[in-house]
Write a protein that binds this ligand. Structure first.
Ligand code: ADP
Ligand code: MG
Length: 140
């Protein structure tokens, strides 16, 4: 299996409830090493750009408002099969459909305020990591 990197975001609903440490423990317990991390308060323009792929979706404006209402923690996770592994640890987008023991099942409030973001493919992982981090900030 390949060692990969993926972009993770601990979203405002989770930082507001001080869940950063508990969520990070889930990643580390699943073999996903946190090789870069910083806390940011996204601007509207940054959130719009990050989620540009969803700009035609009906939830886009609400999603941007949600992602800018409080700080986020952006991070690079590294490990075997990290992109798919992180998606397993996160659980389904809608917490009502997420498997037992996943972050979203245990912490998410609803389909929008669902506690975490994770890249969905190698191409998006590379783009999303570069959106937030320079190479010198990632220490594997
Ligand atoms: P995921 O984060 O699981 O990859 P998507 O890429 O489809 O999910 O959506 C991006 C984010 O947009 C979701 O994590 C969630 O915060 C929000 N979202 C997705 N679908 C909806 C929806 N139907 N209503 C409100 N917000 C949504
Ligand atoms: Mg997605």
């Amino acid at each position: 299996m390949a060692i990969e990197r993926t972009l993770s975001i601990i979203k405002p609903d989770a930082t507001e409830r001080d869940l950063t440490g508990q969520i990070n423990a889930r990643f580390e317990g699943a073999g996903l090493r946190i090789v870069a991390q910083k806390r940011l308060h996204l601007s509207e323009a940054q959130a719009q750009a990050f989620y540009a792929v969803h700009k035609e979706r009906p939830f886009y404006a609400d999603l941007v408002a949600f992602m800018t209402r409080a700080p986020v923690v952006v991070q690079v996770l590294e490990g075997e099969n990290a992109i798919a592994r992180n998606r397993e640890v996160m659980g389904a987008t809608d917490p009502a459909k997420a498997d037992t023991g996943t972050i979203r099942k245990d912490f998410a409030q609803n389909i929008e305020a669902n506690s975490v973001h994770g890249s969905d493919a190698p191409e998006t992982a590379a783009q999303e990591i570069a959106f937030f981090f320079s190479a010198i900030e990632i220490v594997g």
